[in-house]
Design a binder for this molecule. Sequence first.
Ligand SMILES: NC(=O)c1ccc[n+]([C@@H]2O[C@H](COP(=O)([O-])OP(=O)(O)OC[C@H]3O[C@@H](n4cnc5c(N)ncnc54)[C@H](O)[C@@H]3O)[C@@H](O)[C@H]2O)c1
Ligand SMILES: [Zn+2]
Ligand SMILES: [Zn+2]
Length: 358
Amino acid sequence: MRGAVVWAAGEPFDVTELTRRAPGPGEVVVRVRAAGICQTDLTLAGGAFGQHFPAVLGHEGAGEIVETGEGVHNVRPGDRVVLTWVPPCGHCYHCVRGETYICANRKRSADLDPDAADLRHGEVAVQAAMGTATFAQETVVPANAVLPIPADLPYEYAAILGCAVPTGVGAALNAGRVAPGETVLVVGCGAVGLSALQGARIGGATAIVAVDPQQSRRELAIELGATAAYAPDDPDVASLVAGVGFDVGLDAVGRSTTIRATWDAVRRGGRVIVVGAGKPDDLVTFSAAELFHDEKELRGTFYGSSNMVRELPSLVAFWRAGLLRLDRMVDETVGIDEINEAAQRQRSGEALRVMVVP
Ligand SMILES: NC(=O)c1ccc[n+]([C@@H]2O[C@H](COP(=O)([O-])OP(=O)(O)OC[C@H]3O[C@@H](n4cnc5c(N)ncnc54)[C@H](O)[C@@H]3O)[C@@H](O)[C@H]2O)c1
Ligand SMILES: [Zn+2]
Ligand SMILES: [Zn+2]
């Protein structure tokens, strides 16, 4: 089969021949039909998160079950599924407390046992990044990493329900606990930020302000329910917060400057949610005085703090009801041979979410 390998940090994708191992007990093989390029893939490819190389990236994917290992009961060959990059083990410290999204037994990107590698190029062991490796035609995953999807949900839309959408919607509803009538600030209008914005609207926010340097993203934010949209350096942003400030602020960029700006825009007693995946050496500064005095909640959110098994059906229902515009977020579908050009269009902001068909 074929897949896109990154041989070393910062190198482009190399579409080449791969083999995969057979599924073990409790595992399934998915023929990937659509795989989104998430900003996290591009950060991993750059080496910032300690990714092991060579690697096949991709964690936002959907496809069809082609093979099941012994003891798999939740799916059968032919089933249409979405992949989740945090398959809940069900028995670790976090899973038993309902925090399935931070399951302690998730495969880490830095781990690779060369003898048990999922993927190989000839004899060379290739890391299946985030345990999902959706930029390959076939991927071997635990059975609890796949969730069945309805027949009328296109693979491209299903794929984005694997990362950007639950991350953003969950950031607003699970981590941010957006309530009817609240005011919400969304900083960064990529697929994650625009999902957060739609989550805030679903939660009943009456004022949703979007911030993004790109005009096309601001226009899309308005179309998807923002009540106003500004560039980060727009003086109007300052005047918006000159009063009490926002009830909830969501950072969907992941830089110390945007996290700090989001904090500053939130009211005393409000909630500041960090969704953007920042770098380990990028430090954010808060004074000891403001932390207690301003009474703000500062919370990170991993995978939108989403219990995917429980929440996937609601996300599909929001899509059916026209409340979640997946069609406005997936703006390009390309074959895997075009993955480098597509990644570049996404980096530059020309494309919002590219779906790769391996
Ligand atoms: N927490 C999680 O579990 C999780 C999951 C998925 C993605 N992420 C992270 O979420 C972030 C967003 O992902 P994405 O795929 O939507 O990325 P993206 O690159 O498509 O979107 C980022 C947006 O931020 C905008 N931006 C840049 N500088 C800005 C500024 N100063 N102020 C406001 N906006 C600014 C860009 O124009 C762009 O529209 C990334 O950091 C990604 O790694 C986190
Ligand atoms: Zn992602
Ligand atoms: Zn667990």
